[in-house]
Design a protein around this ligand. Structure first.
Ligand code: ADP
Ligand code: MG
Length: 238
């Protein structure tokens, strides 16, 4: 059974149809990367998977449970945004533990989980700093740490590296792969950088105009694109 099951999903805003008929089955532990031009509906789909946005029709299930009918704390998803969205007045440790505190977790449990995530992300020595005292890469690690402490089954990343410079982006790719290897969680990752996508993905979803153009392993897309859009998109330099 697929862990994440997206069935005949559509999304309209007013009269504008943004996603048309999305069908995807994603297995537990897969690293799935969505690519496609700006405005093609990638963020909207991620927001629907995590329940921040309703579906117009169709359904999204995680381990059989409809996302929109599941309590947010039980959905098992955690999202990492491009903007980091860190709380400037809180320390790194407080930022990472905040959602657990809101969920009423015990202080000792929060401390343990923050310490474990900090060790994985090499933030152990920075736990008392404020976001303003961190580099871009460190801020992005804190944003990832906030997701890790929630121990989600499915991580959702919305262009998490686009605010970083090219060199750091390449380094962070390796760190994300290492993170995936360690956590063995499902990762759903959005980028408009096809090189990043090819490096990270077990399977890739190429989207355009609210439609899935092709879903498959990076090499298969590269060797055997289903249509001209996929061929052009995969083949073009960024
Ligand atoms: P992507 O992440 O691929 O760049 P988005 O999912 O952000 O694309 O947006 C897809 C389309 O939906 C865009 O045309 C955008 O303007 C529109 N859109 C997104 N959110 C809303 C909203 N809340 N209300 C109206 N239109 C929206
Ligand atoms: Mg987007």
């Amino acid at each position: 059974m697929a862990q994440l099951d997206i069935q005949a999903v559509t999304k309209t805003f007013g009269t504008v149809s943004v996603l048309k008929d999305i069908n995807l089955n994603i297995r537990s532990g897969e690293f799935i990367v969505f690519v496609g031009p700006s405005g093609c509906g990638k963020s909207t789909l991620l927001r629907m998977i995590t329940g921040l946005e309703t579906v117009s029709s169709g359904e999204i299930r995680i381990e059989g449970a409809r996302v929109n009918e599941t309590d947010p704390a039980q959905r098992g998803t955690a999202m990492v945004f491009q903007s980091y969205a860190l709380y400037p007045h809180m320390s790194v440790a407080e930022n990472m533990g905040f959602s657990l505190r809101m969920a009423g977790q015990k202080k000792t449990e929060i401390r343990d989980r923050v310490a474990r995530a900090a060790a994985i992300l090499r933030l152990d020595k920075l736990l008392d700093r404020r976001p303003g005292q961190l580099s871009g890469g460190q801020k992005q690690r804190v944003a990832i740490g906030r997701a890790i402490v929630r121990e989600p089954k499915v991580f959702l990343f919305d262009e998490p590296l686009s605010n970083l410079d090219a060199e750091l982006r390449v380094k962070m790719r390796a760190e994300l792969l290492e993170l995936h290897r360690r956590l063995k969680a499902t990762m759903i990752y959005v980028t408009h950088d096809q090189v990043e996508a090819m490096t990270l993905a077990d399977r890739m979803v190429v989207m355009n105009g609210g439609i899935v153009q092709q879903f498959g392993r990076p090499l298969d897309l590269y060797d055997d694109p289903d249509n001209l859009f996929v061929a052009g998109f995969i083949g073009s330099p960024r």
